[in-house]
Design a protein around this ligand. Structure first.
Ligand code: SGN
Ligand code: CA
Length: 524
């Protein structure tokens, strides 16, 4: 009897010690959006951000650390998410493009590792990796790209259920509900992942007119002529001018147009509008109807020059995009408030990021994919109370391969040797750390938006981009030419830096064990 009491006591002590340990392990709240450019986050500072502040994301930056030199490994949705989950470049996790067989769930992932380490894990919102999520106690995800209005969510039992409302609000409600009902004996890892502000850039009804009366500044490169760089820049299909769809992106429906024939394209119809209920349609029509009529009249009367037309599209695009961002920012505010109200803020790491950057008219574009700064950059803000110095901005170049090892170390777990990224924990702690001085980039998609496969290296000052199919190289001095308008690859004065960057590019390809490059066109 006496002996068994001792055993029980010892077991209890052990369990208590473990419970205390796990109480100390930080919760992780991963707030993620889709296609949110840093130029649309006021904490990062830009002309645009001045007219469209993001106070809640900014609060996170003021209370935490904002990474100015944060980049993705492959600027496209599924691949970025696969990299975050695995800590590896696309060629190592197998998810190289959005199309294909889907994410290989037999491999190591951050969610499985944190789950095994005793975390209560969940993912809610956009997933986009095709195979069902694994390593999550709870998941509820959008099918594919998902919808903005009255969206469907795939349930864990495999069924799909449609919910009334606006997608960003629903993802937030569901995230808060999960936090409320979670297993409170464990630390949590919640990935709250928005669809917004992804194409079709649909704002919530409450923000339809939020930017109607502000002057939206225009990027210097809106009318880029694509000279002095790879010839593939001019053959892409992501220009606002030629590739924004009238109904789908620009919200000018066919049934509103009468006999007005707009310049192509006009491919998609109006999927979001068709999902709305009568009340939602009425609010949408009340907002867009009169504006569209005024525009169509001017257009029909021949009052708009080609540049006027591009500017009109740009403004419509930006108002809608920024309206969608405003709701994401409100979501961040609600999530932070939940942590405050529930005494969770102190022991929770909060991260704000997005799968890649996005063109907000720079180079005349929307969409992402290119290794140019606007889409290569990824927002990254981390608040870890007691660890990150408030309002700090580290210099180091970081990449989404670093997220998984960072969160593992934060959770007190070992980092598997196969992981290619590095833990950011020393940087978060403000320690002096011997860090990488170059990043590797690889883009593999073929098809939509006609951006060619390309690969490259970036240092703190220079960038080298390799287009193997057209057998071209571009190089930029980011200090002298931050908008990347003139390649200096052929410039004899840049020979030394070109040689060292080329060497570094091939070194990195070897270091990350990259697969062979695609062949030049016309060769086999
Ligand atoms: C969709 C969009 C594209 C976008 C890709 C990838 N077309 O296919 O414009 O580049 O997603 O975006 S759409 O007609 O379906 O809107 S990603 O963020 O998922 O990678
Ligand atoms: Ca994306």
């Amino acid at each position: 009897m006496f002996r068994s009491s001792i055993v029980i006591l010892a077991l209890l002590c052990c369990a208590t010690a473990r419970a205390e340990d796990s109480a100390k392990r930080p919760n992780i709240l991963f707030l993620f959006s889709d296609d949110h450019a840093i130029n649309a986050i006021s904490a990062y500072g830009s002309n645009l951000a001045d007219v469209a502040p993001t106070p809640n994301i900014d609060r996170l930056a003021q209370e935490g650390m904002l990474f100015r030199n944060s980049f993705c490994a492959n600027s496209i949705c599924g691949p970025s998410r696969a990299t975050i989950l695995t800590g590896k470049h696309s060629h190592k996790n197998g998810f190289m493009r959005n199309t294909g067989k889907g994410f290989d769930q037999s491999q190591w992932t951050l969610s499985k590792a944190l789950h095994a380490a005793g975390y209560n894990t969940a993912i809610i919102g956009k997933w986009h990796l095709m195979t069902d999520p694994q390593g999550f106690d709870h998941w509820e995800v959008l099918p594919g790209q998902g919808n903005y209005y009255n969206p469907a969510f795939i349930q864990q039992d495999g069924t799909t259920k449609r919910f009334d409302g606006y997608v960003t609000d629903l993802i937030t409600d569901k995230s808060i509900d999960w936090l409320d009902g979670r297993d409170k004996s464990k630390p949590f890892f919640l990935m709250c992942q928005h669809k917004a502000p992804h194409r079709t850039f649909a704002p919530p009804l409450r923000h339809l007119d939020a930017f109607d009366s502000v002057e939206i500044p225009e990027p210097d490169t809106l009318f880029d002529d694509y000279a002095n760089r790879s010839k593939t820049l001019a053959t892409n299909e992501m220009e606002i001018d030629r590739y924004m769809d009238w109904a789908y992106d620009l919200k000018v429906r066919k049934d509103e147009r009468g006999d007005v024939v707009l310049p192509a394209p006009d491919r998609y119809g109006t999927p979001e509008y068709n999902r709305m209920n009568a009340e939602q349609k009425a609010a949408w029509d009340a907002h867009f109807g009169p504006q569209n009529q005024a525009f169509l009249k001017e257009f029909q009367e021949g009052k708009l020059t080609h540049k006027d037309l591009v500017r009109w599209k740009y403004r419509r695009y930006m108002r809608d995009y920024l309206g969608a961002v405003k709701a994401v920012d409100e979501s961040v505010g609600r999530m932070l408030k939940y942590l405050d109200d529930n005494d969770l803020a102190e022991n929770t790491i909060v991260i704000y990021s997005s799968d890649q950057g996005f063109y907000l008219g720079e180079h005349g574009w929307y969409d992402k994919r290119w290794m140019f700064e606007e889409s290569f950059q990824m927002p990254l803000i981390v608040r870890w109370p007691g660890v990150t110095k408030p309002n700090s901005e580290p210099e180091q170049m970081v990449q989404n391969i670093d997220y998984a090892p960072t969160l593992l170390e934060a959770a007190g777990e070992d980092i598997p040797a196969e992981i290619q990224g590095r833990s950011l924990v020393p940087i978060l702690k403000g320690e002096d750390v011997d860090w990488r001085d170059s990043l590797y980039y690889a883009y593999y998609e073929l098809g939509e938006h006609a951006v060619p496969q390309h690969f490259g290296v970036r240092t703190d000052r220079y960038k080298l981009i390799h287009f193997p199919v057209s057998n071209e190289w571009n190089m930029f001095d980011l200090e002298k030419d931050p908008q990347e308008m003139v390649s200096i690859y052929e410039d004899p004065a840049a020979k030394e830096i070109r040689d060292s960057l080329t060497k570094e590019y091939f070194r990195l390809r070897e270091f990350y064990d990259a697969p062979p490059l695609p062949k030049a066109a016309g060769t086999n």
